[in-house]
Design a protein around this ligand. Structure first.
Ligand code: HEM
Length: 413
């Protein structure tokens, strides 16, 4: 453990630091020089341990009974915790034995063999994305016009929701995750606003549950609406939490990886050229590197249930730990030249952007398929591409990435 300057430690707590990712990455590398775990004491927040060491993140995730997700799985300041007006209960908020029971309900639905049946829809969406680029005639905002809508269309498909509901779902997912970014708000951030967004969600999904109970189909919403836990129907709070996690966890995460991946290719023309040369051979690894590079879920928190030790550092029962997926992906002990975007990186698949262990991202395979499909359709058509302005990233400490990525391009016929 080291004494940190406030500038080093606030990369975890100050949402503005996420507005400059290069600066954030450099700060994270400096922290790696000083150790793999750091005590963060910052005004307004309960103290916590920031874990940035790759192996330590895995070690913690491997012991879900010693390090629980409850009671606070996401970094929230004291004011936010104390003034919370609405309860929300998703897989992320659960621990054993409840978590396993709820996860089993949809686990098979997300397995690779199962999500493969969505591939036709992904190909269709990817063709539509290319058509949008053709129609835009050479300049577009890749983040808002391509990356943001794509994964939301996929969520509509897996939940079996009509295309007409796209705008409402877009607003809801944006509000929930973008809540602490000044540019993405309807109103100033307040617990009431967040509560209102969640209430909107609840109303929408209450109607959906009733519809799927009356008329079951083969979509994920039917599985959730009719799910039994211990032979009893799932309670309302948990049913809503299930929709919320699928809708939100599958959206900004994947779109951030898409836009961040595109930006990385623009910034590294040599990598783009290699990918154009051999899209089939390099795509899977390139996508893995994009996911390492972007780490759209910046962190999750764990709470120690016993006194223990991590990297030789004493951890007391009740201590809060911040698992920094972003910084762990830059651990120089694991990733050679971590600040280089290298689509042929031999161990890119050791990225921890999807977490690890019992909470490992349920949608990981789906997200990979979405990225592979989009870039497989897009890359061979790109003749030239460059930035058409300064991109901006979301100033949020939880899930984020590019909110704008203006590009100028020409396409091959
Ligand atoms: C690049 C895209 C994505 C990233 C980076 C990502 C990342 C994550 C991370 C870090 C976790 C927590 C893992 C842990 O605690 O160990 C998680 C959990 C989860 N993700 Fe994803 N995710 C992505 C896409 C998706 C998609 C497309 C879906 C579904 C449509 C999804 C659904 C979920 C669910 C349901 C959980 C909760 C799992 C649990 O607690 O058991 N994610 N994701």
């Amino acid at each position: 453990m080291t004494d940190l300057s406030s500038r080093a430690s606030d990369i975890f707590t100050d949402n503005h630091r996420w507005g400059d990712l290069d600066d954030w990455n450099r700060a994270a590398l400096d922290l790696h020089d000083q150790g793999g775990i750091h005590r963060i004491e910052c005004d307004g927040f309960d103290p916590f341990w920031a874990v940035i060491d790759h192996a330590a993140v895995l070690e913690i995730e491997r012991q879900p009974e010693l390090f629980t997700n409850g009671p606070e799985p996401v970094l929230t300041d004291r004011n936010g915790i104390e003034s919370r007006t609405m309860e929300i209960k998703t897989l992320i908020h659960m621990d054993a034995p409840q978590h396993g029971k709820y996860r089993r309900l949809t686990n098979d639905w997300f397995k690779p063999a199962s999500v493969r049946r969505l591939n036709d829809r992904l190909a269709e969406l990817s063709r539509e994305a290319v058509a949008k680029l053709e129609a835009a005639g050479g300049e577009i905002d890749f983040a808002t016009d391509i990356a943001l809508p794509y994964p939301l269309q996929v969520i509509l498909k897996i939940l079996g929701l009509p295309e007409d509901d796209f705008p409402r779902m877009m607003m809801l997912t944006q509000q929930l995750f973008g809540a602490d970014d000044p540019d993405l708000q309807r109103e100033p951030p307040s617990p009431e606003v967040v509560g209102q967004v969640i209430a909107d969600f609840y109303q929408y999904f209450t109607e959906l549950t009733a519809a799927r109970r009356a008329e079951p189909t083969d979509d994920l919403a039917t599985l959730i609406a009719n799910g039994n836990i211990d032979d009893e129907p799932m309670p309302d709070l948990e049913t809503m939490g299930y929709y919320v996690i699928v809708a939100t966890a599958g959206h900004d995460t994947t779109s951030s990886a898409m836009a961040g991946g595109m930006h990385a290719l623009i910034d590294h023309p040599g990598e783009l050229a290699k990918l154009k040369e051999d899209p089939e051979g390099l795509m899977a690894n390139a996508v893995e590197e994009m996911i390492r590079w972007t780490a759209p879920v910046r962190h999750f928190m764990r709470t120690a249930t016993e006194d223990t030790e991590i990297l030789g550092q004493e951890i007391r029962r009740g201590d809060w730990l911040y698992l920094s997926y972003k910084a762990a992906n830059l651990d120089p002990k694991v990733f050679d030249r971590p600040l280089v975007f290298d689509i042929e990186r031999p161990n890119a698949d050791r990225q921890v952007s999807f977490g690890y262990g019992v909470h490992f991202c349920l949608g990981a395979q789906l997200a990979r398929n979405e990225l592979r499909s989009l870039f497989t359709h897009l890359i061979p058509r790109i003749d030239t591409i460059e930035l058409a302005g300064d991109p901006a990233t979301m100033k949020t400490t939880f899930v984020g990435g590019h909110k704008t990525l203006p590009i100028r391009y020409t396409l091959t016929p």
